[in-house]
Design a binder for this molecule. Structure first.
Ligand code: RTP
Ligand code: MG
Length: 148
């Protein structure tokens, strides 16, 4: 089993798409094992997007992700990282396939609705950045044997 971190970004929350975004991932079969609403601080944003520190879009990215509340979640399932990235779609909504979250709801790279961890290492790092261990719940769902 794998775990991955998602963030419904400020535009997703402001547009009333929290449920829609999470529902798509949940319907895929992924299990929500952690979920909360928060306002990301500048410090946390800079840590979270630390790999992009030298990129020209870094300042606007931090501005965007801290501009309004977000919903942060941890999803669990087989190949959860890859499956979530595929469901989210390409970084730039222009390139995201219809049927993906960004391909159905996004228009520009600066407002692309959702973050998802891009690998095993970043998933572990990001989950620890946003959640304390006791905020993550391991539990069985009745449907699990019908999904996996
Ligand atoms: P994310 O980390 O948010 O899940 O997005 P991602 O993996 O698909 O893309 P990444 O390369 O990690 O970029 C992080 C976020 O930075 C913004 N961005 N802007 N203006 C630009 O050229 C540009 N490039 C990236 C996007 O909001 C992207 O999601
Ligand atoms: Mg990324």
């Amino acid at each position: 089993m794998e775990r991955t971190l998602i963030i419904v970004k400020p535009d997703g929350v402001q547009r009333g798409l929290i449920g829609e975004v999470i529902a798509r991932l949940e319907r895929r079969g992924l299990k929500v094992v952690g979920l909360k609403m928060m306002q990301i601080s500048r410090e946390l944003a800079e840590q979270h997007y630390g790999v992009h520190r030298e990129r020209p879009f870094f300042a606007s990215l931090v501005e965007y992700i801290t501009s309004a509340p977000v919903v942060v979640g941890v999803l669990e399932g087989p190949k959860a990282i890859e499956v979530t990235r595929a469901t989210v779609g390409a970084t730039n909504p222009v390139d995201a396939a219809p049927g993906t979250i960004r391909g159905d709801f996004g228009l520009t790279i600066g407002r692309n609705l959702i973050h998802a961890s891009d690998g095993a290492e970043s998933a572990e790092h990001e989950i620890n950045l946003f959640f304390r261990p006791e905020e993550l719940i391991s539990y069985e769902r009745a449907v699990d044997p019908w999904i996996v």
